[in-house]
Every structure is written in structure tokens, then in C-alpha cells.
Design a protein around this ligand. Structure first.
Ligand SMILES: *Cc1c(COP(=O)(O)O)cnc(C)c1O
Length: 395
């Protein structure tokens, strides 16, 4: 042995310089990259030459994933961030400055509302919270100084559908940009840019990664914002980890198969629940009884998503009894987009900080449950729910 043991160990391993390109994307965890010369380092750091220097600023897995999402959403550019919230934060920091005004939907994911009305407010960004299902109210809330209108394609947990084309008009009317959080739909169910959105945000944590082992987010938007967005991600340190991106790429490969299977089961589950006595109301955009059914058909086609909400007539006691009865097959998990079906109880989780009056105004009752349908057979999901809804039989 001519080298010292510590020198040999410390020496970076090199990929064998032989033919044969891997079919699967290589997982490159390197935090830093070799530069050929100072001139090349300078050019890459300035963005004049394509290449990687430091993974907080950029790495191959993020670029591969962003490019897939850019194509899926038909946007001019896309970027990946450390989480759905990091993507939303990066968007606010890219588009806004002190004194700007934003209009946000009352139905937004709670943490997004907190990000805008609490965190961004500390930086001098003002906001108006409005029911964006009410287009007249939304139009009235958009002022000349409004920069962004922020909505979700499908709301939580009532699964109401945003009229994206009409909302894009509201935003354009005051020179604002329309931001659509598309997490509950995914690009399989809806491509908001086709309806006039300027930005699409996805929490890749949910159905896009789809295996409950990644926290990651993405932004798809206009080309003019790309340089600023890249600077924001690098400077505020909101970028992604290579391993998370690599897992998300793997998940994304089967997204259409998983989404279609789960949506088809969700539709059957919604129809089944509508016929059950203990169920007082079912919320699924694919049902003709849903208030936004016609809009859903227009915007989504025949796949209305993988979430179904329903309210049990027996209130919280009945909800807890159902959760307990099915917990072996359908875990109580306050998230969505897992491989297997999961249940959530909005009153005790996502909407717990709201007063009961505010909850009721959003349609959330103590007996409301939200089902995130997975890729098991429809037969198994239906059988488990049927068993869980049967009144306890003399045991
Ligand atoms: C989960 C979620 C987010 C936040 O995403 P994270 O990846 O958890 O940061 C934002 N919006 C919606 C609609 C979500 O469901």
C-alpha cells in the first residue's frame, strides 16, 4: 500500500470512466462540485454557464424533477423547494415587497393562511382574506395595489372547486397574478396554467411523491420570475435535498396510474357513502349532488380526485367510532396522498385552531371525516367502510 490509510479513505471516490449510461437517474448526494478552473467557477456561479457548484444553489435531481413538473403543468419555468410551504414562502419572497397587498382564499390550507396573514404581515405585506368561491366578493377584494390572488384548486375539507378561469379574470382585472395551490388535484386532475393561472404550487409531499417518505414542494411559473426565484431559493436557503428529489422523481413516474386508480375508487366510495344511513352528507366533486359538479366536469374531465369528505349524523362520537373500527385497515393520518387509504378528522387536526363557529362556516362539523383514497382495490376500501359504518353489533 503506497497511500496512507487516511489519505485513501479521504480521497473522493470517482465514477468509473466507462461506457454505459444508467437508465435510472443516478442519485448524486454531493453538496459541492469540482470546478475545472476559476474562470469556469466564476461563469457557473454567475449563471452564465450551466453547471453545478454547490447543492443549496442547484443540483441535478432538482433540475430533473423541476423539468418534469414544468412539462406536466405547461409552465415556462419550474423550481423545487424543500417543502410545499418553502415553495409558497419562496413565491411570496419572489413576487412581493413591503407595502404590497395580496388577496387570499378563506379556504386555504391553514399554514398558508398563517404564512400570509402572520409571517408575511411582519414584513409589511398586507392581505385580504375572502371567500374565493364568491367571485363578486373576490373581485371587490382585488385592489389596484394587489399583486397576488392565492387560491387552491380543490379546497379542504369540503372539496369545493375554484373557478380558475373566472379567478384569473379577477386577478387580471387589477393587475395581480393568480397563484393556484394544486396539491389536492395534482397535474393529473388539473393543469391550472391552462385556465389562466400564473403560478402553480404543488406540495410534492402528497400524491405526487405518493409514498409518504418525502417532504418537498414545487413552483411552476412565468419565465420572467425565474432569475429572482432562483436567487430567493439560494439566499433564503429554501432549496431541496437531492435524495428527496430522487425519491419524488421515482414517485412521479407512477403518478397517473396511482391517481386514476385512487380517483376511480374515490368516486365509487362517494356513491356508496351517499346511500348509507349514518352518513348525513358526502362531498365529492364527481357527484352530481356536489355544488361545483358542472365546474368540476369542465375543469377536471372524468377524474375528480382522490379525496372524499363526509359527515356522520352521529357527530364526533360516531366519527371516533368509525376511526376506531377501521384503524387496522384505514389509518387515522392527518395528511393525504399516501399509497393506502387514510382518514383524517378536520375538527381535531387541520382546523383545530378555529372556533366552532368558524368551523361550521367552512362546513366542518364534529362528525366530518376526510378520506384520502389509496391504490388498494375498491372492493377492499368499500368493505372496510361498510364494516366501520355498521352499528356495533352486540359485542
Ligand atoms: C400539505 C399542503 C401544503 C404544505 O405542504 P408541505 O409539503 O407539508 O410543506 C400546502 N398546501 C396544501 C393544499 C397542502 O395539502
Amino acid at each position: 500500500m503506497t497511500k496512507r490509510i487516511e489519505d485513501l479513505c479521504a480521497e473522493p471516490a470517482r465514477l468509473p470512466a466507462v461506457g454505459g449510461e444508467p437508465l435510472a437517474p443516478p442519485l448524486c448526494l454531493s453538496s459541492v462540485y469540482r470546478c475545472r478552473t476559476p474562470a469556469q467557477a466564476e461563469a457557473m456561479l454567475a449563471g452564465d454557464e450551466a453547471g453545478y457548484v454547490y447543492s443549496r444553489v442547484g443540483h441535478p435531481a432538482a433540475d430533473m424533477l423541476a423539468d418534469k413538473l414544468r412539462q406536466l403543468h405547461g409552465s415556462e419555468q419550474a423550481a423545487v423547494a424543500a417543502s410545499g410551504m418553502a415553495a409558497l414562502a419562496a413565491l411570496l419572497l419572489t413576487e412581493l415587497q413591503q407595502g404590497d397587498h395580496v388577496v387570499v382564499s378563506r379556504q386555504l390550507y391553514g399554514t398558508t393562511l398563517d404564512l400570509v396573514t402572520d409571517e408575511a404581515a411582519r414584513l409589511g405585506i398586507t392581505s385580504t382574506v375572502v371567500d374565493t368561491l364568491d367571485l363578486a366578493a373576490t373581485r371587490a377584494a382585488c385592489q389596484p395595489g394587489t399583486r397576488l390572488l392565492v387560491v387552491e384548486t380543490i379546497t379542504n375539507p369540503m372539496l369545493r372547486v375554484s373557478d380558475l378561469a373566472a379567478l384569473a379574470e379577477c386577478a387580471q382585472g387589477c393587475g395581480a397574478r393568480l397563484v393556484v395551490d394544486n396539491t389536492f388535484a395534482s397535474p393529473v386532475v388539473c393543469r391550472p396554467i391552462e385556465w389562466g393561472a400564473d403560478w402553480v404550487v404543488e406540495s410534492l409531499t402528497k400524491i405526487i411523491s405518493g409514498h409518504s417518505d418525502v417532504v418537498l414542494g414545487a413552483l411552476c411559473g412565468p419565465a420572467d420570475a425565474a432569475p429572482r426565484l432562483q436567487r430567493v431559493l439560494a439566499r433564503w436557503g429554501l432549496g431541496s435535498s437531492p435524495f428527496d428529489c430522487w425519491l419524488a422523481l421515482r414517485g412521479l413516474a407512477t403518478l397517473p396510474l396511482r391517481s386514476r386508480q385512487a380517483s376511480s375508487t374515490a368516486h365509487r366510495v362517494a356513491e356508496f357513502l351517499s346511500e348509507q344511513n349514518p352518513v348525513a352528507a358526502v362531498h365529492y366533486p364527481g357527484l352530481a349532488s356536489h355544488p361545483d359538479h358542472a365546474l368540476a366536469v369542465r375543469q377536471f374531465g372524468d377524474s375528480c380526485g382522490t379525496l372524499v369528505s363526509f359527515t356522520l349524523a352521529g357527530g364526533r362520537k360516531a366519527a371516533e367510532a368509525l376511526l376506531a373500527a377501521v384503524q387496522g385497515e384505514i389509518p387515522f393520518c392527518p395528511s393525504l396522498g399516501a399509497l393506502s387509504t387514510t382518514l383524517s378528522h378536520p375538527q381535531s387536526t387541520s382546523h383545530r385552531t378555529l372556533s366552532s363557529g368558524e368551523q361550521r362556516a367552512l362546513g366542518i362539523e364534529p362528525g366530518t371525516l376526510r378520506l384520502s383514497v389509496g391504490i388498494e382495490s375498491a372492493e377492499q376500501v368499500l368493505a372496510t367502510l361498510a364494516r366501520g359504518l355498521r352499528p356495533a353489533e352486540g359485542t
